[in-house]
Design a protein around this ligand. Structure first.
Ligand code: NDP
Ligand code: GDR
Length: 372
């Protein structure tokens, strides 16, 4: 039985990857952070109680800033594969906490690689690094592929640039099987609520159910190449099954704006919207309610999206579009889920939650939820 260790197992990708590897027959170990309340919601459905005697899924307390902790876990687990998905992964937050982001996302990667080497596991343990399309930042070429020059535009991207190169360096210096997946944005119903797609699908669902009047967004012109996390974690595993380690761009090859994603999500929530105004005065107004069951609380003429400059970034990545040809040709990877299908799944999931909240409210319970 192969043994995998996943950092960031409590995150979006970590949870899908854990499911995927368990289905493949792996023993899966994950690193979770200590928090003041439970933070394992995304993996609770696959958690197996140690009292039941199963060891196929195990969580260890740890942190990417803690060298001795990482070294001990790797020594105990003796993994065949390490997937480094843990990160302070929010680009906007990285401008607020640049040093912490560099420590976790940059040095955290070095700590793992060095622990593998220090423990003499460099010929046994294969290493996957969660690299990112944010490396391309101020794009030098459209679409972006493996040979496109990097130009990071945030503390997050700068930290990930270090992580990218230290992964390449350990491969070249010590013959380690270490790869970078340069993944473009990927989303799902498990996406964190403050990333723009989930913020939009959740916002549309809450508005449709009368829980929130309006959604506030930043740059709606931003163009992204959005895929589904399930397709992307399959590729993370595929990258570690090759004869030689290599780096791959993973993307759909299609891009849309944030504004188009709003329209798509609104339609899934039973609403037609029209955008008007420019810059910080841009708004989206409801022009039709196509599904009164989904959107019982919305009327034509309601303004449901406005711009809040708080969400603008000090330096923005305006456009990202990936070319996944190498992954298709060398690994036979194909993206199976379209952005429309993904959006429909996300809105359906968020509508379900919004309906529960609306029902509680209807019966006199106070309902509160975080919005950022
Ligand atoms: P998430 O933000 O959903 O998950 C991040 C994970 O990292 C969480 O489990 C989080 O723990 C954990 N983490 C954060 N800080 C630390 C730390 N100091 N020590 C240990 N673990 C920590 O990210 P995604 O699942 O979306 O992304 C996975 C990886 O892929 C990240 O590295 C991200 O930067 C990268 N990436 C993501 C893309 C995307 O579009 N989703 C695209 C390209 C790259 P907790 O749950 O406790 O917060
Ligand atoms: P990104 O994702 O920065 O691409 O990083 P995010 O969803 O945060 O932003 C995408 C684009 O939408 C614009 N935007 C907003 N973003 C947020 N979060 N909130 C808003 O209200 C809002 N309004 C407009 C942003 O300015 C941006 O242009 C994600 C993360 O998962 C990274 O970890 C990963 O490396 C990259 O994708 C690829």
């Amino acid at each position: 039985m192969k043994r995998a260790l996943i950092t960031g197992i409590t995150g979006q990708d970590g949870s899908y990857l854990a499911e995927f590897l368990l289905e493949k027959g792996y023993e899966v170990h994950g690193i979770k952070r200590r928090a003041s309340s439970f933070n394992t919601e995304r993996v609770d459905h696959i958690y197996q109680s140690p009292h039941a005697g199963s060891k196929r899924f195990q969580l260890h307390y740890g942190d990417l800033t803690d060298t001795s902790n990482l070294t001990r876990i790797i020594q105990e687990v003796q993994p065949d594969e390490v997937y480094n998905l843990g990160a302070q992964s929010h680009v906007a937050v990285s401008f607020e906490s640049p040093e912490y982001t560099a420590d976790v996302d940059g040095l955290g990667t070095l700590r793992l690689l060095e622990a593998i080497r220090f423990l003499g596991l460099e010929q046994k343990t294969r290493f996957y690094q969660a690299s990112t399309s944010e490396l391309f930042g101020l794009v030098q070429e459209i679409p972006q592929k493996e040979s496109t020059p990097f130009y990071p535009r945030s503390p997050y991207a700068c930290a990930k640039l270090y992580a990218y190169w230290i992964t390449v360096n350990y491969r070249e210096s010590y013959g380690m099987y270490a790869c970078n997946g340069i993944l473009f944005n990927h989303e799902s119903p498990r996406r964190g609520e403050t990333f723009v797609t989930r913020k939009i699908t959740r916002g549309m669902a809450n508005i449709a159910q009368g829980l929130e009047p309006c959604l506030y967004l930043g740059n709606m012109d931003a163009l992204r190449d959005w895929g589904h996390a399930k397709d992307y974690v399959r590729m993370q595993w595929m990258m570690l099954q090759q004869e030689t380690a290599d780096d791959f761009v993973i993307a759909t090859g299609q891009q849309i704006t944030v504004r188009e994603f709003v329209k798509m999500s609104a339609a899934e929530a039973g609403l037609e919207v029209e955008f008007s105004g420019e810059g910080i005065d841009e708004i989206a107004t409801v022009t039709g309610v196509t599904d009164h069951e989904r959107a019982p609380e919305v009327s034509v003429g309601d303004v449901i999206v406005r711009v809040d400059p708080r969400y603008f970034r000090p330096a923005e990545v305006e456009t990202l579009l990936g070319d996944p040809t190498k992954a298709k040709d060398k690994l036979g990877w194909e993206c199976e889920i379209t952005v429309e299908e993904m959006c429909a799944e996300m809105v359906a999931n968020d509508l379900e939650q919004a309906r529960c909240h609306a029902l509680l409210k209807l019966h006199g319970h106070s309902v509160s939820f975080a919005v950022e």
